[in-house]
Design a protein around this ligand. Structure first.
Ligand SMILES: [Zn+2]
Length: 473
């Protein structure tokens, strides 16, 4: 069920007015056919972005894989009571790790933000630590004053700490917490539900990461951030609760547009009666799902973290001031949907030269456990893959694909025989040279499961259009 760009004549007029003054989106080939141009973001956002690295970024979270304990070591000093924070235990995880409820602010509009419900989706947790630093260390910033006066912010950060400890999606019971909003079988889901019932927030933010391979609509551009105002039932209708979420999502798009125009998408909006975003909306909380995807050249998602911080700041400001009201819903409805998921790496047209096997001309598809880092490579397919598309393509015509042995491979160091490379086939570790000779002596490029940062992709590979870091990063 799609939204059909519900837009009042006044909204259309305002959108046209604002769009005419904005250069960011004009002529962008990635826009959906009937999309309207995004208006300029709030004037203070640019200064927030400029000051971010020096004044707001929480130090000690420079890589995206961290333990929940490490996150709390960074966050706890930022959450002093004299900075306006309260921290209370909101439950325990399946393995007994504490779930903590952080609250800040004195205003009437209650907002609930929860992060890392999926343990390997850590981008927004880093951004929440930044938000804590911003709120606590800059009490006289006009935005902080406005938020304190008008809103009360409630947080359940890193709410799947057992999953986070293993950097895995599910909790220690094997439950996907975002499919547990109805059954409430996991203690983490129960903690979130009971916090929601106590706080009764008007607004909610459901903070996730999505697969790096998603394309924006039918374009070739990777999705940096996807947004969703989840439906409250299978009709896909828009009631006042969901309308407010759509407005807030539109505000977030406006804030992000100068940085990642054409790389913002809309998450699939079919109703899921087990998912928290959908049920939160049904329970009366205007909820926005934020899915951080990937930006090439940002392997630790530090750019995406900053974009999360900026988008949340803009959203919270709009909520506190009420300025989300009247934001054209078409700014949200006009976003391209999350499109195809592209695999990570395609080696096109090499000659496979594996020991003891006849040579063959093949294409090779590789997927990575950590796609932005190029770590944990595994063969996904081999053979005639003409027409396949991937985040990166290496033209291997004229080159041999020569499998190489891994550490501890059979035969290594034994009776002088060379170690045996793994077979080439789906599910096998991706270990091979691209070489000008079938013996693998004149090497052009090597993948040994993990991409060696000193051994970058060959020159035949270009960055996809629009995949570079946004301006100012
Ligand atoms: Zn998720």
């Amino acid at each position: 069920m799609r939204l059909s760009s519900p837009l009042s004549p006044l909204g259309l007029f305002l959108a046209a007015l604002a769009g005419g003054a904005c250069a960011h989106a004009s002529g962008d080939p990635g826009r959906a056919p009937h999309a309207i141009a995004a208006p300029a973001p709030p004037a203070w956002l640019d200064e927030l972005a400029r000051r971010y690295d020096g004044e707001y970024r929480a130090l000690g979270l420079e890589t995206r894989m961290f333990s929940p304990e490490q996150w709390w070591r960074v966050a706890t000093p930022l959450l002093a009571r004299d900075r306006g924070f309260t921290v209370a235990e909101a439950g325990r995880s399946a393995e007994g790790r504490p779930l903590r409820h952080v609250a800040w602010g004195e205003g009437a509009t209650r907002v609930l933000l929860w992060s890392q419900m999926h343990g390997d989706e850590s981008t927004a947790s880093m951004a929440l630590a930044d938000l804590f630093r911003f709120l606590g260390e800059h009490p006289t910033h006009p935005l902080v004053e406005r938020l304190r006066r008008e809103a009360t912010l409630h947080f359940l950060p890193v709410m799947n700490p057992d999953g986070a400890a293993r950097f895995q999606r599910r909790n220690a019971q094997g439950i996907d917490i975002n499919r547990d909003a109805r059954a409430l079988a996991s203690p983490e889901a129960r903690a979130l539900k009971s916090l929601r019932d106590r706080v009764r927030p008007a607004f909610g933010f459901n903070l996730h990461d999505q697969r790096v391979g998603y394309r924006a609509g039918d374009s070739e551009r990777g999705v940096a951030i996807a947004l969703l105002a989840p439906p409250y039932d299978a009709s896909g209708g828009v009631n006042p609760v969901r309308a407010r979420a759509i407005e807030v999502a539109a505000v977030m798009r406006t804030a992000l547009e100068p940085y990642i125009a054409g790389r913002i998408a809309r998450w699939d909006d079919s109703f899921n009666p087990r998912a928290f975003g959908d049920l939160m909306t049904q329970w009366g909380t205007s909820t926005v799902l934020v899915e951080s995807g990937g930006i090439e050249g940002d392997p630790q998602k530090q750019v995406l973290r900053k974009l999360n911080f900026l988008a949340l700041a803009a959203a919270l400001d709009a909520i506190a001031s009420g300025s989300h009201a009247g934001t054209p819903q078409a700014l949200y409805a006009g976003l391209p949907e999350n499109g195809e998921v592209w695999p990570d790496l395609l080696i096109e047209g090499g000659v496979l030269a594996a020991p003891g096997v006849a040579e063959a001309r093949v294409d090779l598809l590789v997927k990575f456990e950590h796609p932005l880092l190029g770590h944990g490579g595994e063969i996904a397919d081999v053979g005639d893959l003409a027409g396949a598309r991937a985040r990166r393509v290496i033209d291997a015509s004229g080159l041999f694909i020569v499998p190489i042995a891994g550490p501890g491979a059979a035969g290594a160091g034994a009776s002088g025989s060379p170690p045996a490379p793994p077979p080439i086939g789906p599910g096998e570790p991706a270990r091979f040279h691209l070489s000008r000779d079938p013996q693998g002596r004149d090497i052009v490029w090597t993948l040994a499961e993990d991409l060696d940062p000193a051994h970058r992709y060959p020159a035949t590979v270009g960055e996809r259009a629009g995949e570079t870091l946004p301006p100012g990063f």
